[in-house]
Write a protein that binds this ligand. Structure first.
Ligand code: HSE
Length: 439
């Protein structure tokens, strides 16, 4: 009879408490599936007195994460405190250097220090599992690391932030403002403590950097990710997208190109018929384009205590089974430096919304500037005001929205054309530009 795996948990917030509950509820199934019992023997958290609704009788309370990581009683250190630095970083490194296995849900830490920690895990023979760091319950790390070990990956992209997808879904379906929807996301507990981390795209960028490393065998490089958030998206953009056959999603996209690996996070128009466009609310989804096979799309809950605990406990089960996969799918010393494809050379279709002067020649000027950059238009729509005010008097010409969809062109060409249009003084305000991602 193999002795049970002895687990220590650092951090008993929403996720930590749900992990304790899940191990308690699934104890028998877990031991059947992993061939070994799993027992929580010690925990640590900021406050011992806090009411958590979990039974900690028979579990030792340790004074600090560091003390837990050093505790010779435990085989597996589970880090659920968060934060890219200490105490999480030092405690994890200590546990790995002592030959223990580590399970963490900490995307910020893995994006920043993942390589150093993976090297420690490889050197000392422990596991470093972080399935919960990306897409919570969606087993996307395992899919890239193990399920597709024999398949080359050309592109991985997805909705990796529940808060942003929740906001965009409600803005689209109910015509609400960005600010109203953000408030609800915070109330429901989806958003990070600092919601700008979600809505400005940084949460997605950290997750994307991890996926790109696993997909392409490159070193995790969060600094190589181009990031744009969703705060400039308006209900008008979502309505126009709908009319043109698209939906707007905040996507993280990592793609192999002739110029290197593009890693980018930005609001994206996706065809309404695509799998990713069907994903609504807080749900996450990841599509993987593998060589020689049709795309694989994984869809599921990407945030919340129960969803995150599901992945954490699955990672613990792998440790119990004795699985010691290389954290990034291959030895750290075999991971290549990332060749970053510059964003100015990105090629794709674009949605452009301009507020144009309603006078003869404006459309011709815009078309000329686009043609000078060899940008070809798939469609152009101008919304006409009614031309008279409520008393029947003729209105002064006011700016009218002009919406353009381009065929594939380069980011550089779009910037040059729009700078020229601005110099021509035929538009007011800043143009809205949303990249289009085809499936
Ligand atoms: N704030 C994140 C989200 C939680 O909204 O998806 C999971 O990382």
């Amino acid at each position: 009879m193999v002795a049970p795996l002895k687990v220590g948990i650092a951090g008993l917030g929403t996720v930590g408490a749900d992990v304790v509950r899940l191990i308690e509820a699934q104890g028998r199934v877990l031991s059947e599936r992993s061939g070994r019992g799993v027992r929580i023997v010690a925990v640590t958290a900021r406050s011992k007195a806090k009411k958590r609704g979990i039974d900690l009788r028979g579990i030792e309370w340790v004074k600090s994460p560091q003390a837990l990581a050093e505790d010779p009683k435990i085989d597996c250190f589970v880090e659920l405190m968060g934060g890219a630095g200490d105490p999480a970083f030092s405690a994890i490194e200590t546990a790995l250097n002592a030959g223990k296995s580590v399970v963490t849900a900490n995307k910020a830490l893995i994006a920043k220090h993942g390589l150093r920690l993976a090297a420690a895990a490889e050197k000392h023979g422990g596991a470093l599992n972080f399935e919960a760091a990306v897409g919570a319950a969606i087993p996307v790390i395992k899919t890239l690391r193990e399920g597709l070990a024999g398949t080359g990956v050309n592109r991985v992209y997805g909705i990796l932030n529940g808060t942003c997808n929740y906001i965009l879904t409600r803005m689209e379906q109910e015509g609400l403002s960005f600010a109203e929807c953000l408030k609800d996301a915070q109330r429901l507990g989806y958003a990070e403590a600092d919601p700008s981390f979600d809505v400005d795209g940084h949460d997605t960028a950290q997750k994307l950097a991890i996926l790109a490393s696993l997909a392409f065998g490159t070193k995790v490089a969060q600094s190589a990710v181009y990031v744009e958030g969703i705060s400039s998206i308006t209900p008008e953009d979502l309505r126009a997208a709908e009319e043109l056959g698209y939906r707007v999603k905040l996507l993280g996209v990592a793609v192999r190109t002739a110029k290197g690996i593009e890693q980018r996070v930005h609001p994206t128009m996706v065809p309404k018929s695509s799998s990713i466009a069907q994903v609504m609310g807080v749900t996450n989804a990841v599509t993987i384009d593998g060589e020689g096979i049709p795309p694989i799309t994984l869809v599921g809950p990407g945030a919340g205590g129960a969803a995150t605990a599901s992945a954490v406990v699955a990672d613990i089960a792998d440790v119990a089974r004795g699985i010691r996969a290389k954290p990034f799918g291959r030895p750290v010393e075999r991971l290549r430096d990332t060749t970053k494809a510059p964003m100015e050379r990105h090629e794709g279709g674009y949605y452009i919304r301009l507020m144009a002067r309603d006078l003869a020649g404006t459309a011709a000027t815009i078309a000329t500037r686009l043609a000078e950059q060899k940008i070809s238009l798939e469609s152009i729509v101008q919304r006409h005001p009614d031309g008279v005010d409520m008393n029947g008097a003729a209105k002064k010409p006011s700016p009218v929205p002009v919406i353009l969809i381009t065929y594939a062109t380069s980011e550089d060409a779009v910037h040059r054309a729009l700078a020229a249009v601005q110099r021509d003084k035929v538009i007011s305000g800043r143009p809205q530009v949303i990249r289009i991602e085809k499936n």
